[in-house]
Write a protein that binds this ligand. Structure first.
Ligand code: GTP
Ligand code: MG
Length: 207
């Protein structure tokens, strides 16, 4: 898939600062440093679109990117699990993100990112289970797959699915990615393109 046209649009402090909900949007969420901003750069093919850093907690606020000229939005969310954030500030952020995930009408899917190298983390499972209980559509993205062997990737992904299957009959769509090698780029872009066409059919029907 070719690279896209994408540009930074706006940073919102909470849902009231988000752009008018007229385009389908996709949010990227996960632990701090898991590779959200890198993945956004990888799937758009626009280098340095989202700011990445080896220091956790780089992304703050809800950062909107307009993709394919007025077609859809990508939203880079701040990471969670960053130890240096105070308890009060964490609670506030949780509220802002929860409100956004629950109330944003044009949010089509949230991509929840987890590091392929690690076994399921408590905070990730809590988020996944909460999304499932609320009936919020999400995909699971395994990041940094280049950092371990193919066998280890397969083993860890299978193990993750097994843990989810203890709670859920149906598993979310799963993507294995590497922002370094570009693995998963065309799969995610195809998924978004399909979801965008379904979204426009749905909104036309509503009008
Ligand atoms: P916060 O904004 O702090 O929550 O982090 P983030 O989730 O946006 O992570 P970011 O994209 O900034 O990446 C964190 C670090 O991981 C950076 O040093 C990246 O270069 C590295 N990284 C991200 N994705 C990959 C990947 O697929 N492979 C490898 N090897 N490194 C990666
Ligand atoms: Mg980031």
């Amino acid at each position: 898939m070719n690279n896209r046209r994408a540009a930074f649009m706006i940073s919102a402090a909470d849902i009231t600062g988000c752009p008018q909900a007229r385009l389908p949007e996709y949010a990227f969420f996960g632990r701090s440093n898991v590779g959200k901003s890198s993945l956004i750069n990888m799937i758009t093919g626009v280098k340095n679109l989202a700011r990445t850093s080896s220091t956790p907690g780089k992304t703050q606020l809800l950062n909107y990117y307009m993709v394919d000229e007025d077609t859809w939005y990508l939203v880079d969310l701040p990471g969670y699990g960053y130890a240096k954030v105070s308890k009060k500030s964490r609670k506030n952020w949780e509220k802002i993100i929860r409100e956004y995930l629950l109330q944003r009408k044009s949010l089509v899917y949230t991509f929840i990112l987890v590091d392929t190298r690690h076994e399921p983390q408590k905070s990730d499972l809590e988020l996944i289970n909460w999304m499932g209980e609320e009936g919020l559509p999400f995909c699971l993205v395994f990041t940094k797959a280049d950092k371990i062997s193919r066998n280890a990737v397969k083993r860890n992904v299978d193990e993750y699915k097994k843990v989810l299957a203890e709670n859920w009959e149906e598993l979310p769509p799963v993507f294995i990615t590497s922002s370094h090698s570009g693995e998963g780029k065309s799969e995610i872009n195809t998924f978004i393109a399909t979801s965008n066409s379904e979204y426009s059919v749905l909104t036309e029907q509503k009008q």
